[in-house]
Design a protein around this ligand. Structure first.
Ligand SMILES: CC(C)(COP(=O)(O)OP(=O)(O)OC[C@H]1O[C@@H](n2cnc3c(N)ncnc32)[C@H](O)[C@@H]1OP(=O)(O)O)[C@@H](O)C(=O)NCCC(=O)NCCS
Length: 169
């Protein structure tokens, strides 16, 4: 799938594709360049393992456990966004993680990554996709709402909101 962001037409467009083992260096550079605000908003409960084993696991995930897509400028060794779906043991439920590099945000890349992730999840028979979004991350809450996720009310004292979308009828 090729996505052409009008402002980046000169860069030849953005490709959405599965992550691959050769992405190790680009993945580390992508993570290293994330601003503190973007890191905070991710609300990731899992910290990335940057050891060689961790990089291998992140760039060559076991397809029974994880589905991982990246957005990459065509022909460049760079990643501008990463979307993952961490699958439960039965493969029917998955938790999504999504982050777009600061300089690429608000250009439609996150939307395309999440759409592609949901499409691939449905193709693989995943029934439910869920995630945790910081209650203060209004942009992301609006973003997932528009994609058909139900946003549960923020529980007392909780900082993140559970969002869920059912893919099967
Ligand atoms: C949230 C995120 C993944 C969205 O990706 P993106 O490529 O920036 O989003 P898109 O350009 O596809 O925007 C889609 C819509 O999301 C909403 N949105 C995204 N970021 C927003 C922000 N900072 N403020 C308000 N709305 C925002 C808007 O509705 C936007 O539509 P619009 O541009 O037509 O107004 C990305 O901004 C990001 O990585 N943010 C920091 C980390 C994060 O919040 N991750 C999600 C953790 S659950």
């Amino acid at each position: 799938m090729v996505v052409t962001a009008p402002t980046e037409a000169a860069a030849g467009g953005i490709v959405i594709r599965p992550i691959r083992p050769e992405d190790g260096e680009a993945w580390l550079a992508f993570l290293g360049a994330l601003s503190p605000a973007t890191r905070f908003k991710r609300a990731a409960r899992r910290l990335e393992d940057m050891t060689p084993e961790g990089v291998r696991a992140a760039t060559d995930p076991d397809p029974r456990r994880e589905l991982a897509l990246v957005a990459a400028p065509q022909g460049a060794n760079e990643l501008c966004g990463v979307a993952r779906l961490l699958l439960a043991d039965d493969g029917l439920t998955g938790e999504f993680l999504l982050v777009v590099a600061d300089r690429w945000q608000r250009r439609g890349i996150g939307g395309r990554l999440l759409d592609a992730l949901l499409e691939e999840a449905a193709r693989r028979g995943v029934a439910t996709v869920e995630g945790a979004v910081l209650g203060t991350n209004r942009g992301m809450l609006e973003f997932v709402r528009r994609r058909g996720f139900a946003v549960e009310p923020l529980a007392p004292k909780a900082i993140s909101v559970h969002v869920v979308r059912h893919l099967r009828v």
